[in-house]
Design a protein around this ligand. Structure first.
Ligand code: GAP
Length: 442
C-alpha cells in the first residue's frame, strides 16, 4: 500500500475511534495533554475484553503463572537497584531557538547533519541522554522521592520472596500483572502507539538457568498463539532479533515482535531473557535474600527470568488496524470492524423491524432482556431504518444483530440473526437463540 494510503488508513481509524466513542484525546476540553488518551464506552469495553482475554490466556489457562497487582508508585531505591535511574533513557536533542525536543534516533539524517531544527530551522543543541522516569515528591518529607513506574516488572521482582513464602511454588513459575506504566516520552506520537501513560500486560517467568532456552521458545509460541487469538493479523507481525547494542540493559537475548503499522514497521511486543539481573540487584540492594531452595537437589540459587511483555494500547491499535475493513454491501459502501466476537465491545444488538409497531417493540424488549442477562454487552436500537442500524453496529464491530419482525409474532417465533462480516441472515427460533449465539461468541 502506498504511504499516503497508509496514513489515510490511520486517519480513518483515529476518526472512527473519536466519532463512535472509542478513544478521545486526553483532557480534550483543555486543549489535550500530549501522550494521553481517554477511552469512551466502546473503547473501555474493548480494552477490558482484551485484558480479560490476556488474563485468561497467560494466567488462568496456565498451570504455573500467578497473577498479582502492585502499586504504580515505587521508591527511588527500587529504581536505583533496577538500573532505571541511570539506564532508562532515550537520546534527546533540543532546538536552541524554539526549544522543541526530538528523539535523536528518530530524527531524519538531514537534520542531524545540518543541525537544523525541523520545526523552526533554528540551531539544534547537543545530543543528551533523557531519563524517561516520572519523579514524584511524596508526603511532607523532602527526601522521600518516589517514581511512577516506567515498567511494571519491578512489582513482580520485589514480591518474589512474598510469593515463595506464602504460595510456595516450585520452579519454573511466573508472576503476572496488568497495570499502568508511565514514560516521559520525548515525542509521543502515532495515536495509541507511543504515549506517556499506558497499560502493560506482562509476566516474569522464573526458572533454572539451564532451562532458559527451552522456555524462551515455549513463550515465543504462546505469544504467537495470543496474537492470533486476540485478532491481530499475524501476516503483519515479524520477529526481530534485537542486537546487543539495542537490547535493554538487563537483557541477554530479546526478540521484538514488530507490526506493520500504517506508519511503518515498529515494535508491538517484546520477549526478553533478563537472566538473574533483577533478582540479584534487588537482593544486593535491599539486603534481603532472594534465592530459591530446590527441595529435591537442595541447591540454593537466584533464578533466571524470561519476560514476555505486551503493551495494551499497542494491542488495541494493532487489533483496530487488523479489524478495519471497507467493502460494499447492497450497492452501498460500508465500514466494519471484524473483531473476534470475544473482544467486540457489543456482542449483540436487538432491533424491532419497525419502531412504530408496539407489538414488535414489546417483543424486542423481551428478547433484549433475555440476551442482556446472558451476554451483558447487548444494545437495543430502534432508531432510523434497519439498514442504518446495521451500518452503525458494523462500524463498532458488533458481530450479531437480532431483528424481530412480523414472522416472529405472527408465524413461528423466529428472529433474523445477521452476521456482521457476510451480511447473511439466518432465521433462528427464540427457543434456541441463546444457545445459537453462545456457540458463536465463545
Ligand atoms: N518490562 C519490559 C518492558 O517494559 P519495553 O520494551 O520497554 O519492555 C514493553 O516495553 C512493551 O510496552 C512494548 O513492547 C510496547 O508494547 C509497550 N510500550 C513501550 N513503550 C510504550 C509507549 N510509550 N506507549 C505505548 N506502549 C509502549
Amino acid at each position: 500500500m502506498a504511504k499516503e494510503n497508509k496514513n489515510e488508513l490511520m486517519e480513518k481509524i483515529v476518526s472512527l475511534c473519536k466519532r463512535r466513542g472509542f478513544v478521545f484525546q486526553g483532557s480534550d476540553i483543555y486543549g489535550g495533554l500530549a501522550g494521553t488518551w481517554d477511552y469512551g464506552p466502546y473503547g473501555a469495553e474493548l480494552a477490558q475484553n482484551i485484558k480479560d482475554l490476556w488474563w485468561n490466556h497467560f494466567v488462568r489457562e496456565q498451570e504455573n503463572i500467578f497473577g498479582i497487582s502492585t502499586p504504580t508508585i515505587m521508591p527511588e531505591s527500587v529504581w536505583r537497584a533496577s538500573g532505571h535511574l541511570s539506564g532508562f533513557t532515550d537520546p534527546m536533542i533540543e532546538c536552541k531557538k524554539c526549544h522543541h525536543r526530538f528523539r535523536a534516533d528518530h530524527l531524519d539524517k538531514k537534520y542531524l547533519d545540518s543541525k537544523k531544527c525541523p520545526d523552526c530551522g533554528g540551531e539544534l543543541g547537543e545530543e543528551k541522554a533523557f531519563n524517561l522516569m516520572f519523579p514524584l515528591n511524596m508526603g511532607s518529607s523532602s527526601d522521600s522521592v518516589a517514581y511512577l513506574r516506567g515498567e511494571i516488572a519491578p512489582g513482580m521482582f520485589v514480591n518474589f520472596k512474598n510469593i515463595l513464602d506464602t504460595i510456595r511454588p516450585n520452579l519454573p513459575f511466573g508472576l503476572a500483572q496488568i497495570g499502568k506504566a508511565y514514560r516521559n516520552e520525548i515525542a509521543p506520537r502515532d495515536f495509541l502507539f507511543r504515549v506517556r501513560e499506558f497499560d502493560l500486560m506482562e509476566f516474569e517467568f522464573f526458572l533454572k538457568e539451564g532451562d532458559w532456552e527451552k522456555y524462551f521458545e515455549f513463550w515465543r509460541g504462546e505469544m504467537w498463539r495470543w496474537i492470533e487469538r486476540v485478532g491481530i493479523n499475524k501476516e503483519k507481525v515479524f520477529e526481530l532479533e534485537v542486537s546487543k547494542e539495542d537490547r535493554a540493559h538487563y537483557s541477554k537475548r530479546t526478540i521484538d515482535f514488530e507490526f506493520e503499522w500504517p506508519f511503518g514497521r515498529k515494535e508491538l511486543y517484546g520477549l526478553a531473557y533478563r537472566t538473574d539481573y533483577d533478582l540479584k540487584k534487588h537482593s544486593e540492594s535491599s539486603g534481603v535474600d532472594l534465592s530459591y531452595s530446590d527441595d529435591v537437589t537442595k541447591e540454593k540459587f537466584i533464578p533466571h527470568v524470561i519476560e514476555p511483555s505486551m503493551g495494551h494500547g499497542r494491542t488495541m491499535l494493532a487489533v483496530l488496524v487488523s479489524s478495519y475493513v471497507e467493502d460494499e454491501m447492497n450497492g452501498e459502501k460500508r465500514v466494519y470492524l471484524k473483531f473476534p466476537p470475544k473482544i467486540a465491545p457489543i456482542k449483540v444488538a436487538v432491533f424491532p423491524l419497525l419502531k412504530n409497531r408496539e407489538e414488535l417493540v414489546e417483543k424486542s424488549k423481551e428478547v433484549y432482556k433475555i440476551l442482556k442477562k446472558e451476554f451483558s454487552s447487548v444494545e437495543f436500537d430502534d432508531n432510523g431504518n434497519i439498514g442504518k442500524r446495521y451500518r452503525r453496529q458494523d462500524e463498532i464491530g458488533t458481530p450479531f444483530c437480532v431483528t424481530i419482525d412480523f414472522e416472529t409474532i405472527e408465524k413461528d417465533n423466529t428472529v433474523t440473526v445477521r452476521d456482521r462480516d457476510s451480511g447473511n441472515q439466518n432465521r433462528v427460533s427464540l427457543d434456541e437463540i441463546v444457545v445459537y449465539l453462545k456457540e458463536k461468541i465463545k
